[in-house]
Design a protein around this ligand. Structure first.
Ligand SMILES: Cc1cc2nc3c(=O)[nH]c(=O)nc-3n(C[C@H](O)[C@H](O)[C@H](O)COP(=O)(O)OP(=O)(O)OC[C@H]3O[C@@H](n4cnc5c(N)ncnc54)[C@H](O)[C@@H]3O)c2cc1C
Length: 373
């Protein structure tokens, strides 16, 4: 496809949800887009995410508003076709360990105070509000947030990539490590480790937990707080759980194909990092997480792990999203955030708008990378 001289050429580095979403929004706005990623699409955090769509609990007001807008965009996508198995809104159910009812009640009171839909439930009332949970697993009161949902990011990425290709986007898989080219203080494009160069008017670095390392050679420091985490996908099992469950020993959500996705953090000490950068965990620890999850489900069905993936969960050092143009390198933008599933659609939309128009969106004003300079 030939590119008119006036068309903005944008190179996006990173084939996770933030890179893919921004690439598609850029194409919608008329940009010519090349997306390069080190290996395959969804090969890092987006391929092993719990992807609970929410803004529950307490956080900064701008972050809360951005997350609400994030959930709103998923609601729009859901309304277009509620039958999609990979995007569902069955609410979120959470509880704390025994003896922490005051913590649960304080969280519920806070959520009510900001208008976030939040119901405080006794264990016996849970079944009438959301199906499939074993009330015996709930020691005291639980919070149900009816407006929450979940997405399977690999499926969403596949869905968005259909539009990417139909709009003429160019995809480079297995690019190896890509870096940002700069001349006279301005971004001029990207370069692969094999020496391939791709000129561009603007570049987006959406490299997940690797984002700080990719911008460091440009003289930009972004603190990295990304921990190692694991997502387990179970074999198919009969169940009617609709909500995302966040509980003291396991988090779980339904997953396409009648499976579950499981997550938590208590097993982190059992993860070993190897010299080649890969990670492993003993199989009995994975089974222990599956057993903990089984206790949460009505009938306590046996859960068998089918696969598990371990790697970094992208989290900026101060916990807040890092979204926008680098002050030091005009034309180079970054997208690096915790809760990138919830923010995936809205962050892509707002960043594409900034890249195309040069106008800074007010909802991103507190998330700019310049706050670390
Ligand atoms: C276990 C777990 C649970 C989570 N739970 C939730 C949740 O409940 N709710 C929520 O909202 N979010 C959740 N998240 C966070 C969310 O999944 C991530 O924020 C999101 O997937 C990050 O997407 P990304 O595009 O920024 O990065 P990634 O998906 O990591 O993609 C980055 C891509 O960049 C590529 N790359 C890196 N460096 C280079 C380079 N130099 N050159 C070329 N390519 C490069 C990588 O190969 C990768 O493909 C969770 C994450 C994990 C891991």
């Amino acid at each position: 496809m030939s590119t008119p001289a006036s068309t903005k050429r944008v190179a996006v580095i990173g084939g996770g949800i933030l890179g893919v979403s921004t690439a598609v929004h850029l194409l919608r706005e008329g940009a010519s887009v090349i997306l390069l990623t080190e290996r395959g699409l969804a090969s890092e955090a987006s391929g092993r995410s719990l992807s609970w769509l929410n803004s529950s609990g307490e956080r900064s007001t701008p972050y809360h508003h951005l997350r609400l807008a994030g959930v709103d965009r998923y609601r729009t996508l859901f309304a277009a076709d509620p039958r999609r198995e990979w995007l569902q809104f069955g609410g979120g159910l959470m509880w704390n360990a025994a003896g922490q009812q005051d913590v649960t009640e304080a969280r519920h009171a806070y959520e009510k105070s900001i208008g976030y839909d939040s119901k405080l439930l006794a264990p016996v009332d849970i079944a009438s509000v959301t199906p499939g949970t074993d009330p015996a697993a709930v020691p005291e009161k639980a919070i149900f947030n009816p407006g929450e949902g979940w997405v399977s990011l690999p499926d969403l990425i596949e869905f968005l990539m259909e539009e990417f290709h139909s709009r003429g986007g160019e995809l480079v898989l297995n690019s190896g490590k890509v870096s940002v080219m700069v001349e006279a203080g301005r971004t001029t494009g990207v370069e692969t480790s094999a020496g391939g160069t791709y000129p561009a008017d603007a570049v987006l670095v959406a490299c997940g937990a690797a984002t700080p390392a990719v911008v460091e050679p440009l003289g930009v420091k972004i603190p990295n707080g990304s921990p190692v985490s694991m997502l387990v996908v179970t074999k198919q099992v009969e169940h009617n759980v609709a909500a995302v469950l966040n509980t003291p020993r396991a988090a779980l959500r339904p997953n396409p194909g009648g499976t579950f996705a499981l997550d938590h953090d208590w097993y982190e000490e059992h993860i070993t990092e190897h010299a080649d950068g890969s990670f492993s965990i003993p199989g009995d620890v994975v089974q222990e997480l599956a057993d903990e999850a089984s206790k949460l489900i009505a009938g306590n069905p046996e859960l068998k792990p089918a696969s598990w993936k371990i790697g970094y969960k992208p989290i900026p050092g101060d916990g807040e999203p890092v979204l926008g143009e680098l002050g030091q390198v005009p034309g180079c933008f970054v997208a690096f955030t915790h809760s990138g599933a919830t923010l995936g659609l809205i962050a892509g939309e707002l960043l594409a708008g900034e890249i195309m128009t040069g106008k800074k969106h007010p909802m991103l004003s507190t998330f700019r990378p310049g706050r670390f300079s």
